[in-house]
Design a protein around this ligand. Structure first.
Ligand SMILES: Nc1ncnc2c1ncn2[C@@H]1O[C@H](COP(=O)(O)OP(=O)(O)OP(=O)(O)O)[C@@H](O)[C@H]1O
Ligand SMILES: [Mg+2]
Length: 1103
């Protein structure tokens, strides 16, 4: 819930009062109680109007997170609970948006949290201002300048572990957009202690601070230096100077009596000196001398005096202090150089002043005096600016100005700073005065000059108002500051104001080879000796305060008043006495009173009306008119006394906090009522919405259900309708089909009937036509017959007539002939008719031959063509002529033959005569030429022996199959026919097996069939016939038989008997065997086979 809470005013959930102006009643006690109450609730910030009071919590609080930054960003000052961020935001926004330069004045005593506050302001501004690489770098440099300055300018003190030993004023510069450009730092060194023995950091015990990691801090500082822009050698130089300063604190002196009885100081341990000299690069003897002598120059005179131990210590401390403070100034300048704005454009400036607050101790010295003077001045500026602002606001808002009675501390400032009789002027006068000058002489002077001043108190003052005031010692004076009375010890005032560094020391420093140290002491240069005294510390400070004041006056001030709750640096402890003291000297009550002198509270009309409009019916919940009249109506309605408030131009001013609280109470009460109302309405609304939702849901569900039910019904109806539809359609279709079928049948019937009818018609027609045709035909036939008979009759008649005519003609001719012959007989010879006949015949024959000449067939003997005969009586002639022509052309053909061919044809003719129409084999032999010597015995060397054995001419040399007489099997034999012999030889060896003289061959038998078997019958009783006749088979049977016949005829002049019969006898040795040729045995394919059946029979199967 807490998180969701949205604050719209600091009045919300206020602990005590957030703004002291609202405190009722207002007194110290209530003030402190309010602070304490808030402090106890971790509310460390409280406002006095626009001033922020910050109580140091001494613990980290979760109120500075980035979320908090966002929360306070761009919010009105009084909108949220008091916070330093609210003030920072206000300042930043009026700088950015209203172009008002700002300054944030942070005051408070040591440890009150000023430095922390200043850092918070800077970090807030850094977080909310513009972003970007360049801007971020500037921001980073500005923020990182803090650690560097703190490292060198802060120290652990009794009051604060991280006490700023310098006052710092930093101007942050922005461009018109509110982006940071750079910054300028001014420092006000005031608190640097003279007593360095108290800060002997080299003894580690005193340097230890609980909870601080020195090494880590050192690294942070080195890193920050780097970011700010320190070069490495610069950083190292700085550290060397710091080391030298620390070492200086270790130097100790001892007295040494001199001849003149005076004590002279000597350095106890020269090692320390040596180390310092090594660090700084100064000649040891030079530095040693500078610690022992003091040279005073006046008007060309130089007087050197020795220093006693006390003087030597003074010189040492002065040197250390000077060295360190000059180093610090150098550092500030160096940082300024880095962070200064790069552009020359007009800048908006926000100054942050972190300066020590009022200091009131037991022993207050020159430093406190100076500090309190500074605070007095700041108070002045505060009074001036606050009142001025207040006044301006009243004028701006057109409110009647009521005088505010307040204490103006200008009189105190005057007491201190007046140039003629101010305390600082007196001090300077004293310091510069020749002669012996002590703190006492200074006090005396004050007693004289300031005695009458109502804020100056001294026991010895002229009018001696305080003669009996024991609280006021003799060596002191008291100033009644605006924040309270402070007693100052006069001791040390003159010295501190003089702040002298012996010239010998500055010259020694100038001689250092360490460039940074040398540059820190320019006055040590003998060439630039300046005899003029340097300005006193007081006047320097006065001048810088004056510059600061001038600077601040041009800016809009924002105050942060820091309060330290306890001396123990502890959390949760609220020391009322301590706080009371601070409240007093910070003048916070006065502050509240000043603020309340006019009106305690003011607020713009709009937020005021917004906040309280619920208190009046007319303005609740909305006011239509201008906000101001709304507020008027509201206040009238609430019956708030008229003197309690005033209407400004844009704001309502409330004089008394009481009135505001009354309004707040009423508002609280009303809010509760409203809360109840809202609750009520909300509950009503919730229930209603719930109900409406349920109703809506119910309607949706019902709608869905109805839809579903309807859909279902619809589906059912639809499907029923479909079924019915389909039935009806089916029924209709069937009906139509039936109808169609009926129609079709009708049509078909019609067609059929028509067809039948047409058929009948056609048939009838056909019949009729046929009848008609028949009739016609009959008619035709009859007609034809009739015509025929008529024609025949006619023909007959014509023939008859013709015959008759012919007969008549013949008869006529005969008769004529007869008549002619009879008549011309006497004129013709008796054989004239024969001659005519012969002549006619001759003419016909002549004509025949002449025609024949052109019709002659070719000369080929086998051409069968012959022209037909023209006249029957020429038939024998025609045939004869054909025969003669054939013989002639055969002769012509024969005449072409060579002797060789003639012989062959003779043989062929012989064969034809022998076998034509007798042997079935013959026709196949006609086309085969008779070669005779098939085996070329002469050429084949195999048969050389055989050839040699035969001297006669070989007519046939052929391989035949000789049939074995015993079994009918065949053997190959060479068959040789010579002029006189028939020889059989072995086919392989060529050896002659049998030799038969042709005269012994009686007969050759063969079948009439288409086979090559033949038997050679031998003369009975001859030598060759001892084994019996030969039975051969050969492929050239016709040729062999022919040649055998011709040779036998030519040799023996006897015709060889050739028997052609399918059954003949052969003589095998003593047996007569019948060789029988059987036709049609297909057993051995197309080859005829021979088999000896028995003694008497040898069967040859011819296919
Ligand atoms: N807002 C804060 N929240 C938490 N701790 C704080 C806050 N302000 C101050 N402190 C604590 O108080 C200590 C002292 O604060 P700071 O150094 O700001 O005092 P100062 O007023 O600057 O003192 P001096 O005058 O000696 O410089 C800080 O070191 C820190 O521990
Ligand atoms: Mg500080």
């Amino acid at each position: 819930m807490a998180k969701m809470e949205v604050k719209t005013s600091l009045l919300d959930n206020m602990i005590g009062v957030g703004d002291m102006v609202l405190l009722e009643p207002l007194n110290e006690e209530t003030f402190i109680n309010n602070l304490k109450k808030r402090f106890d609730h971790s509310e460390i910030y409280t406002y006095i109007g626009s001033v922020v009071i910050s109580v140091n919590p001494y613990r980290s609080l979760p109120i500075y997170s980035p979320e908090k930054v966002e929360e306070y960003r761009n919010r009105n000052f009084y909108e949220l609970s008091p916070h330093i961020f609210a003030l920072s935001d206000e300042a930043y926004r009026s700088l950015r948006d209203q172009d008002k330069d700002q300054c944030i004045l942070i005051t408070g005593e040591s440890g009150a949290g000023k430095t922390e506050a200043s850092k918070l302001v800077m970090s807030y501004v850094a977080a909310v201002c513009g972003k970007g690489a360049e801007v971020n770098q500037v921001k980073e440099q500005l923020l990182q300048s803090n650690p560097v300055l703190e490292a060198f300018g802060n120290a652990k003190t009794v009051r604060n572990d991280n006490s700023s030993r310098f006052g710092k004023y930093m101007d942050i510069e922005f461009d018109f957009k509110g982006d940071p450009l750079g910054g300028v730092i001014s420092n006000y060194k005031l608190k640097l202690e003279r007593d360095f023995s108290r800060y002997n950091y080299l003894s580690l015990d005193s340097a230890k601070v609980n909870g601080v990691d020195d090494a880590a801090n050192f690294r942070t500082v080195r890193n920050a230096m780097q970011i700010v822009g320190f070069m490495d050698h610069e950083a190292e130089s700085v550290l060397a100077v710091v080391a030298a300063v620390l070492k200086l604190g270790n130097i100790e002196f001892k007295p040494e009596s001199r001849v003149n009885g005076l004590d002279e100081s000597k350095i106890k341990d020269k090692n320390e000196l040596k180390e310092i000299c090594e660090l700084t690069g100064i000649d040891q003897s030079v530095l040693e001398r500078a610690f022992s002598f003091r040279t005073v120059e006046a008007k060309q005179e130089k007087v050197s005096t020795t220093l006693n131990v006390a003087q030597a210590y003074y010189a040492r401390d002065a040197l250390a202090k000077n060295l360190y403070s000059r180093l610090f100034s150098w550092l500030v300048n160096r940082i300024n150089e880095s962070i200064k704005a790069q552009t020359k454009v007009r800048k908006k400036v926000m100054g942050v002043l972190d300066i020590y607050g009022f200091e009131i101790f037991e022993d207050n010295s020159f430093e406190q005096f100076i500090i309190n003077y500074c605070n007095e001045k700041l108070q002045q500026i505060f009074i001036e600016l606050t009142l001025k602002e207040e006044q301006e606001e009243y004028i701006r808002e057109d409110i009647e100005w009521t005088h505010i009675d307040y204490f103006n501390n200008a009189i105190i400032c005057d007491l201190i700073e007046n140039n003629t009789n101010g305390i600082l002027a007196m001090l300077d006068e004293e310091c510069l005065r020749p002669g012996t000058v002590t703190d006492e002489t200074f006090l005396e002077k004050l007693n004289q000059v300031c005695a009458t001043h109502q804020h100056f108190e001294s026991r010895m003052s002229k009018c001696s108002r305080f003669l009996n005031d024991t609280s006021l010692p003799h060596s002191c004076f008291r100033i009644q500051h605006y924040a309270g009375k402070v007693l100052y010890q006069v001791e040390g005032f003159v010295d501190k104001n003089n702040d002298l560094l012996y010239r010998d020391l500055s010259q020694a420093m100038w001689k250092a080879s360490h460039t940074l140290i040398k540059s820190l002491f320019p006055e040590g240069n003998p060439a630039k000796i300046n005899l003029k005294r340097p300005p006193t510390a007081g006047s320097q400070f006065k001048a810088s305060v004056a510059t600061l004041m001038k600077n601040l006056q041009t800016k809009n001030p924002n105050y942060i008043r820091c309060i330290k709750p306890n001396d123990k640096k502890a959390a949760h402890i609220f020391n009322e006495a301590l706080v009371c003291h601070q409240i007093r000297y910070l003048g916070l009550l006065e502050n509240v009173r000043v603020r309340r002198a006019g009106y305690a509270f003011r607020q713009a009309y709009e937020p005021c009306l917004e906040r309280y409009k619920m208190l009046c019916k007319q303005t609740w919940p909305h006011w239509k008119g201008p906000a101001r009249s709304g507020v008027e109506v509201l206040f009238n309605e609430l019956e708030i006394p008229v003197e309690e408030y005033s209407f400004g131009r844009s704001k309502i001013f409330i004089r008394n906090p009481r009135t505001l609280f009354k309004l707040e109470d009423l508002r609280k009460q009303r809010l509760e009522d409203l809360a109840t109302l809202i609750q009520k309405i909300y509950r009503g609304w919730k229930c209603r919405t719930h109900f409406l939702l349920m109703k809506k849901s119910q309607i949706v569900i019902a709608a869905w259900f109805r839809r579903f039910a309807q859909q279902k019904r619809y589906q059912q109806t639809k499907s029923s309708a479909l079924v019915i539809q389909s039935y009806i359609r089916g029924w209709k279709a069937r009906k139509i089909l039936r109808e169609l079928k009926h129609q079709k049948r009708c049509k078909e019937a019609v067609t059929t009937i028509a067809a039948y009818w047409h058929g009948t018609q056609a048939r009838r027609e056909l019949r009729r036509l046929k009848e008609e045709a028949r009739n016609k035909h009959a008619i035709a036939v009859i007609w034809a017959y009739w015509l025929g008979s008529k024609a025949r009759r006619e023909l007959k008649r014509l023939k008859e007539e013709a015959r008759r005519k012919h007969a008549v003609a013949v008869i006529w001719a005969y008769w004529l002939g007869l008549k002619v012959r009879r008549e011309y007989r006497k004129f013709f010879r008796a054989n004239a008719g024969k001659k005519i006949y012969e002549f006619t015949l001759q003419r016909i024959v002549q004509k025949y031959f002449l025609e024949m000449k052109n019709k002659m067939p070719s000369l080929s003997p086998i051409d069968k063509n012959w022209p037909s005969r023209p006249y029957l009586f020429l038939d024998p002639t025609h045939k004869e002529l054909k025969r003669i022509f054939h013989l002639w052309r055969c002769k012509k053909y024969r005449d072409q033959f060579t002797d060789q061919q003639k012989l062959i044809y003779e043989e062929k003719l012989e064969a034809s005569e022998l076998f034509k129409d007798k042997k079935a084999l013959y026709p196949s032999s006609v086309g085969q030429p008779f070669q005779g010597a098939y085996l070329e015995i002469n050429k084949n060397p195999k048969y050389k022996k055989l050839k040699d054995a035969i001297e006669e001419k070989i007519i046939i040399a052929e391989v035949v199959n000789k049939i074995n007489r015993a079994n009918g099997k065949s053997t190959s034999r060479i068959f040789l026919l010579t002029n006189n012999n028939l020889l059989l030889a072995d086919q392989k060896s060529g050896q002659i097996k049998s030799e038969v003289p042709l005269v012994d061959v009686t007969k050759v038998s063969m079948s009439s069939q288409n086979d090559g078997f033949f038997a050679v019958h031998l003369k009975e009783g001859s030598e060759a016939a001892s084994k019996g006749d030969f039975l051969f088979s050969s492929d050239h049977l016709i040729e062999m038989a022919t040649k055998l016949y011709r040779t036998t005829l030519s040799q023996t002049k006897q015709k060889l008997n050739i028997e052609i019969s399918d059954e003949f006898l052969v003589q095998f040795r003593q047996d007569k065997v019948c060789v029988k040729f059987i036709q049609g045995n297909q057993k051995n394919g197309s080859v005829p086979t021979c088999k000896r059946k028995n003694n008497r029979l040898l069967e040859v199967a011819v296919p």
